[in-house]
Design a protein around this ligand. Structure first.
Ligand code: NAD
Ligand code: IPM
Ligand code: MN
Length: 349
């Protein structure tokens, strides 16, 4: 039996519900392939922060960094914590401190009825979101606070090393997965320092002569994603635009209840989380769709070297989406656990 130790941070809102629903599915799918998932839960989130003042203590970070093969996160964010400070420390803290520079977010239409578009052609692209730079570095300053001349200055950082490595990861993945076009998006027509993206794109793209390099400004990309999403194969972009494009992509294929994500640094343990957040209005009602978290688990198993388990889960999810049951976001009336149980059974079937 192969064994993997997995750290799980269920987090806030619907996070604990979708994680509790997904875990048995992942354990079952992995076991069928002779893989044992050993799970340890961590309590970090809004409730823990409110009770103890701790966001992610150093001793926990040290263990998360060294002792696990992967980290699975539900969601972080709670209206009772102003400015989301605990979530920034925990989620962004882990992404930055573990240097997980690739945020890999596949967008795939799993059933034609799920898209709100009139035409239901195949939608299948991945977002490679730079995950350690951009405005997310949180650098800046406030001047003349409280006066009419107040300025809140937020800096974005795009380093040659950082931009090059996300582009390389994107092209490498495209090459290994038979994708023939990479679309890079920025806003260099308005933001002069986005030019580094174009420079690095040309340089890295030249090393992959069989892959077409395409550039779009983010505004035009948003339009085209709605008009002709089927033409995109891989979109690589900065941290902020990647965040936005991944929710837009989710909207094209059935919503945030379905879209998984992986935070990676090739060769190191990754952090896996659905694209969605803690959805406070859904919390405690057993209506959250567990599929995004279950597919996130499939990405995790794939990264751990078990593509057969990942495929088994994806096939089971696809079957349950086609035949039901589904949660209300997909038009059904089933609960989070009903859907997860159906997927668990389909994994066996
Ligand atoms: P959200 O992703 O929580 O919700 C956006 C919309 O998607 C809502 O309509 C919600 O009902 C729906 N939705 C989300 N997940 C769903 C699911 N599993 N099933 C069915 N519907 C689902 O985004 P938000 O409302 O902007 O943010 C809420 C909180 O979550 C905020 O504190 C935010 O900062 C945080 N957040 C955290 C993460 C994360 O932990 N990775 C990601 C995004 C937002
Ligand atoms: C995401 C989320 C986070 C982000 C928030 C919660 C900080 O929206 O994972 O997509 O912006 O990266
Ligand atoms: Mn987001």
């Amino acid at each position: 039996m192969t064994r993997h130790s997995i750290a799980v941070i269920p987090g806030d809102g619907i996070g604990p519900e979708v994680v509790a629903a997904a875990e048995p599915v992942l354990i079952r799918a992995a076991r069928r392939d002779g893989v044992d998932l050993e799970i340890e839960r961590f309590p970090y989130g809004a409730e823990h922060y409110r009770q103890t003042g701790e966001t992610l203590p150093n001793h926990a970070f040290a263990r998360l960094e060294r002792e696990f093969d992967a980290i699975l996160v539900g969601a972080l964010g709670d209206p009772r914590v102003p400015n989301n400070e605990h979530a920034r420390d925990i989620l962004l803290g882990l992404r930055f401190r573990l240097d997980l520079y690739v945020n890999f977010r596949p967008i795939r239409l799993l059933h034609p009825r799920l898209t709100p578009l009139k035409r239901a052609e195949a939608i299948d692209f991945v977002v490679f979101r730079e995950n350690t730079e951009g405005p997310y570095v949180g650098r800046g300053r406030a001047l003349h606070v409280g006066t009419p001349d107040e300025e809140q200055i937020s800096e974005e950082v795009h380093t040659r090393r950082g931009v090059t490595r996300i582009l390389e990861a994107a092209f490498r993945w495209a090459d290994e997965h038979g994708r023939t076009r990479v679309t890079m998006c920025d806003k260099a027509n308005a933001i002069p320092f986005h030019r580094i993206w174009g420079e690095c794109f040309t340089a890295v793209g030249a090393q992959f002569p069989d892959i077409e390099c395409e550039h779009r400004y983010i505004d035009a990309l948003a339009l085209e994603l709605v008009r002709a999403p089927e033409r995109f194969q891989l979109i690589v972009t900065n941290n902020l635009y990647g965040d936005i494009v991944s929710d837009l992509g989710a909207g094209l294929v059935g919503g945030l209840g379905l879209t998984p994500s992986a935070n990676l640094h090739p060769g190191r343990p990754g952090l896996f989380e659905p694209v969605h957040g803690s959805a406070p209005p859904l919390s405690g009602k057993a209506v959250a769709n567990p599929i995004a978290t279950i597919l996130t688990g499939a990405l995790m198993l794939d990264a751990l070297g078990h593509p057969e388990s990942a495929e088994r889960i994806e096939a089971a999810v696809q079957r349950v989406i086609a035949d039901g049951p589904t949660t209300p976001d997909l038009g059904g009336s089933a609960s989070t656990l009903d859907v997860a149980h159906a997927i668990e059974q389909a994994v066996d079937g």
